[in-house]
Design a protein around this ligand. Sequence first.
Ligand code: PEP
Ligand code: MN
Length: 373
Amino acid sequence: MILILEPNIATDHPDYQRLMTYLDELEGIEHRVHRVHGAEQVLSEVYLIGNTAALQEDEMGSLPAVERVIRISDAYRILGRHRDDEREAAFTYNGVEFSQDNLHVFAGLCAVDNPQNVERMFQVLQQHGQTCARMGAYKPRTNPYSFQGHGAGCLPYVFELAGKYGIRVIAMEITHDRHIEEIERALESVGNPTGVMLQIGTRNTQNFELLKFAGRQTRFPVLLKRGFGITLEESLNAAEYLATEGNSQVIFCLRGMKTNMGDPHRNFVDFAHVPVVKRLTRMPVCIDPSHSVGSRAASPDRIMDMMHATAQGVISGANMILVDFHPDPKRALVDGPQALTPDEMHLFLEDVAIARDAYERRRELAARHLTAD
Ligand code: PEP
Ligand code: MN
């Protein structure tokens, strides 16, 4: 059961204190408070865990400071959608709103190689009105002899340059809880010119200790990638680990599944699951066309498979696109063959805009059809 409290209620408010005293005394029921920071208000949600079947909804609804009560099903208790659950599917981080209704592009380097390429990418993004980017500093690599990323050493210049070009959020993969502290320290050392969305990659989707660590901090939102060899349900449960530890600012990223059935693509593209994740949970949904398709191959229509896949995700309502770009893909240290170039930024964004427009028109059409019924 979830108790939604009156907006902006302070923890020292007498009603809040009375409610907590009441909850402390409930036998066999544990409670956890989550505070969700929206653009205009702070929402407090109290999760009651344990023998909640005995609790009466109307009784709980009349407790001090309680605005609404939601009875939840077992699946994805915090991030899931439940009956009569009208909680928003949105959060704001560093001035950027993420929701199941809007769309952001996070284009950039798969792996940071040098300050020149970082600067070139941010410059191009700014020229195209973009305020988000991707930058990899810690790279999980299949081969132990491959380039592992510059790690903490590159963070200060990445963050400073991001600030210089108005980039507000950088998606950056972490593979160890130590990396969160390193990112925090580097941001402080250069005066917090930008923000970071912690990315947990497909190889770590079920690294429960890392999930718990990332879930215990609320400074950074988390982009969780779907595990490439596990079920959707298992990956969504992994997202719930973040939320149950306290961080529900989570975006779920589809990035294709590892199976030879997907050949010749690097992974079997799973973007048909965009609406499924939106239906099952309140998380905004990201697609990663670069790591799922994995090449610049194009069809006789001259459209790259990667852009076809992007359009398929966007026309189905995707909320975020994580995509590899590089100023000189042949010299990229990681994933050059799948990188787009700065010259292709305009093409890419135009193509995305066409697909987004089509999605919005499809949504209006479906709504018209429903009202006509
Ligand atoms: C990445 O986005 O750089 C990455 C390694 O992705 P994935 O975890 O999906 O393989
Ligand atoms: Mn990569």
